[in-house]
Each structure stands twice: as structure tokens, then as C-alpha cells.
Design a protein around this ligand. Structure first.
Ligand code: ARG
Length: 466
């Protein structure tokens, strides 16, 4: 089963067209048409450079630039045509340009190959994706910071091993995620800085004999400089993996917060209520309000990690320079970027709208003798007891309180003195959850005052990024 015509772009040495399955496996246009804006931008810069350097006559270069701009306007309105015979977005652009402006379109591919072309278009696409995520991350961080400020003195249980450990403030807990988001922004920005070099002009793999001006093309496309090695330029997909790794790390953070929302919205916790707009019902259980969006964010993170792993495996062991395996680099990034974009939007929306059940959080925070550490610390500070011994005495106080069915603050002076005379006036220790969190003023600690400082500092850090 062979197609009737050979490929217009490379069919010169062929007498037969491709088998239908060959055409199907080879075609990337169904997905790489998503690169069209970046591919046309790259071609416009290339055409301008060809004109500036005199490699093409000025009027030919101008015809190409104008034709490409007209093509972009047409596709903006009508969408990109998908002709499998044209294989990919690069050949589609050239063929449709030829339909518009005639044979001069055939001059566009002078001193260029699809190998440096796709590397350039894809870098430009990834750069835009990074900028979009960075913007969404900043907006999300501001939402968390605002909510943290409002909840700077809201008491909640802090956990280790998912066991109530010590009281913390909800503001402090939310600011922990702001730290993660700040690192995510940093990671994306670092990936952007590393990718911002222009491969165009590396041609197929060896460079070109035409007197091109790579610095000009790079500048026209907003790159910092041309890439240094033509072989590396056409075989390098580090920028795609850098992107996926940053996206994975970010998705893992979103997943942890999503998991907390799922837990907190459950009846045994009861720490939050998600508004109707962020809840779904059950087709059989009329009472249900399910946190589906949070669960999907948690699920999406696994997919993003898988996409990152997939591309790493694709690249592993490829000899220099270009191999067609590398055509498989695009779909994982497109998918990961869509998943991350909707995950960020959903998390930002949920965190903006979620209701915190302050009383319930405080109640749980006070359970489980969560201020036992404060009692031990008080013995150290007020009575000069070595910490290890203080830990032991506080443990005995917990045991006594448990036996008496009261909290630590409910033990009588007599009961405390019976454990150890140094505990007699432990009533003045910061055994309430409020006193406990207020005492934790160490830098980065959970005290409301420390949280307010962290809030101000995080706002300054975000402003410095702008
Ligand atoms: N569609 C191809 C890709 O995405 C473009 C590069 C093709 N280069 C080649 N030598 N066949 O990788």
C-alpha cells in the first residue's frame, strides 16, 4: 500500500511515495501543529537574517516575512490545516506559504534544516510555557500568603507520622507551601535561563557554508546568544527535560497540598469545608461532597512524573546528532504543561475559597498532650533540668494526665509535685496551645509574630522576582 506521490520537500531521490503506515508513524503534524506560532516566528527571524546578510535578495526576504505574517494571521483566524502528507508543522508552514506567495517560499529553507528549526521552535514554546507557569505560581503564592496572614494565629495541630505532635499556626503551615512555590519559581527560572540560547544556524548537524549571522537570529528571537556547538544544538533536549523536571517537582508540591485538602475535608479531620464550586456529588450517596479536584491534582502529579521519566528514557542512549526518536519529545511536554496548568489553577482556586474550621483545628491541636515538649522545655529553662531528664519527667506527667483523663494543664499541683517536686509550679509553663505557639519565636518558627514576618518577607521575595 503505497501513497501515489513522493514527498515534495524531500522526495527528489524517491520514485515511490511512502506506505500508508509509514506516513502515519512519521507524521507529527497532528500534535506538533501546536508549535505553529513559534515555528513561524523562527522562520520570520531566519528570513530577516537571510535578507540582512545578503544571502537572499532583500525583496525575496521581505516577501517571505510578509507571507509568513499573513499566514500567521490566517491561521490565527482559521486554525492550522492538518495534511498528513506534509508530515510536520515545518513542512506545513513552507507548503502553505508557497500556496500564498509562490516559488519564492522555496528560498526560506536556505542555510537551515528542520533539525535546528525544530530545536528552535520547541525552545521558544517551552520558554512560553515556563513564563505561563511562573506567572501562575506567583499568583498562587500570593493567594497562600494572604490566607496565611489572616490565619497567622489560628491554631492547628502539627503532625509527625500523622500523629498530633505540637500545635502550630495555620498561617505557618500555609507558608510552608509558599516556600515550595518559591523554589518552583526559581527552578523554572533557572531552566529558562539555561534554555535561552538559539540553535538556529546549526543546520542539519554540522553548521552551514552560508555566511549567516547567528547572533542576529538569536537576538531577533529574544535569545541571549547562539548555542555553541552545532552537533549539541540539534541533539540537545536538556531544556525539555529541565522543564519536565521542574514541572514534576512543582506537581509533587501541589500533590502534597492536594492530599492535605483531601484529608482535611474528610469527616474525621473536619478541618476544612470546600465550597460547592469545588465539590462534586455522588450519583448514589446524596450526602456526599467529594474533593475531586484535589484528588485529580494528586493524580496528575503521577502522570507528569511519568512523562518526565518517559522522555528521559527516550533520550537515553541516542547517538549524536538528531534521531527521529526525538520527534517524541513534544507530546510529553504538551501533556505535562496542560496538566500542570490546570492543576495550578485548581489549587489556587480551592485555596482561595476553602473555609478553615478554626474551632475544630484548635480542638485537635489541644488533644494528644501536644504541649508535652513545652513542659520539658520549661523544666530546662525554669528549673535547669537537663533536657533528657526533662523529657522523661514530662513523659511521666503525660502518663499521669492520661490516667486521670485530663490534659496536661488539668493536672493539679499536688499531682505534679508527686511526680517530681520541680514540677510543682508547672502551672506556669506554657501548656496551652496558644502559649505554646506564641513561644516559638525562633526564626522560621510557628509563632504568630514569626508568621507575620515570614508573610512580609515572602511578599518582598515575590516582588523582587517581578
Ligand atoms: N518533525 C520532526 C521532529 O519533530 C522535525 C525534524 C525532522 N528532521 C529530520 N531530519 N527528519 O523532530
Amino acid at each position: 500500500m503505497t501513497g501515489s506521490t513522493t514527498n515534495r520537500a524531500w522526495g527528489g531521490r524517491f520514485t515511490e511515495g511512502p506506505d500508508a503506515v509509514m506516513a502515519r508513524i512519521n507524521a507529527s503534524i497532528p500534535f506538533d501543529k501546536r508549535l505553529w506560532r513559534h515555528d513561524i516566528a523562527g522562520s520570520i527571524a531566519h528570513a530577516r537574517m537571510l535578507g540582512e546578510t545578503g544571502i537572499l535578495a532583500a525583496e525575496d526576504a521581505q516577501a517571505l516575512v510578509e507571507g509568513l505574517s499573513a499566514l500567521a494571521a490566517k491561521w490565527e483566524a482559521e486554525g492550522v490545516p492538518e495534511d498528513p502528507a506534509l508530515e510536520d508543522i515545518h513542512m506545513t508552514v513552507e507548503a502553505k506559504l508557497a500556496e500564498m506567495i509562490g516559488p519564492v517560499a522555496g528560498r526560506l529553507h536556505t542555510a537551515r534544516s528542520r533539525n535546528d528549526q525544530v530545536a528552535t521552535s520547541f525552545r521558544l514554546w517551552v520558554r512560553d510555557a515556563i513564563d505561563g507557569h511562573a506567572q501562575a505560581l506567583v499568583a498562587f503564592a500570593h493567594i497562600l500568603i494572604d490566607r496565611a496572614e489572616a490565619e497567622a494565629q489560628t491554631i492547628m495541630p502539627g503532625f509527625t507520622h500523622l500523629q498530633v505532635a505540637q500545635p502550630v499556626t495555620l498561617g505557618h503551615h500555609l507558608m510552608a507551601y509558599v516556600e515550595m512555590l518559591l523554589r518552583d519559581i526559581d527552578r523554572f527560572r533557572a531552566a529558562r535561563a539555561r534554555l535561552n540560547f538559539c540553535p538556529l544556524g546549526s543546520a542539519a548537524l554540522a553548521g552551514t557554508g552560508f555566511p549567516i549571522d547567528r547572533a542576529l537570529t538569536a537576538q531577533l528571537l529574544g535569545f541571549d546568544a547562539p548555542t555553541a556547538n552545532s552537533l549539541d544544538s540539534v541533539s540537545d533536549r536538556d531544556f525539555a527535560l529541565d522543564y519536565l523536571m521542574a514541572a514534576t517537582q512543582c506537581a509533587l508540591h501541589l500533590s502534597r497540598l492536594a492530599e492535605e485538602l483531601v484529608l482535611w475535608a474528610s469527616q474525621p479531620f473536619g478541618f476544612v469545608t470546600l465550597p460547592d464550586a469545588w465539590s462534586t456529588g455522588s450519583s448514589i450517596m446524596p450526602q456526599k461532597r467529594n474533593p475531586d479536584a484535589a484528588e485529580l491534582v494528586r493524580g496528575h502529579s503521577g502522570r507528569i512524573l511519568g512523562l518526565m521519566t518517559g522522555l528521559a528514557v527516550t533520550m537515553k542512549g541516542l547517538p549524536l546528532a538528531y534521531s527521529k526518536d526525538m520527534q517524541d519529545d513534544k507530546e510529553p511536554l504538551f501533556e505535562a504543561s496542560d496538566l500542570l496548568e490546570v492543576s495550578l489553577a485548581a489549587m489556587a482556586g480551592m485555596m482561595a475559597d476553602v473555609t478553615f474550621m478554626r474551632e475544630r483545628m484548635r480542638e485537635v491541636a489541644a488533644s494528644g498532650f501536644s504541649t508535652a515538649t513545652d513542659l520539658a522545655d520549661w523544666l530546662v529553662q525554669a528549673k535547669g533540668v537537663p533536657f533528657r531528664e526533662a523529657h522523661h519527667l514530662a513523659g511521666r506527667a503525660v502518663r499521669a494526665a492520661e490516667a486521670a483523663g485530663v490534659g496536661l494543664a488539668g493536672l493539679s499541683a499536688d499531682a505534679l509535685a508527686a511526680i517530681d517536686p520541680r514540677l510543682a509550679d508547672a502551672g506556669s509553663a506554657p501548656l496551652s496551645v496558644e502559649a505554646s505557639v506564641a513561644s516559638r519565636l525562633s526564626q522560621g518558627g510557628t509563632a504568630p509574630a514569626a508568621v507575620r514576618e515570614a508573610v512580609a518577607a515572602a511578599r518582598r521575595r515575590l516582588e523582587a522576582l517581578a
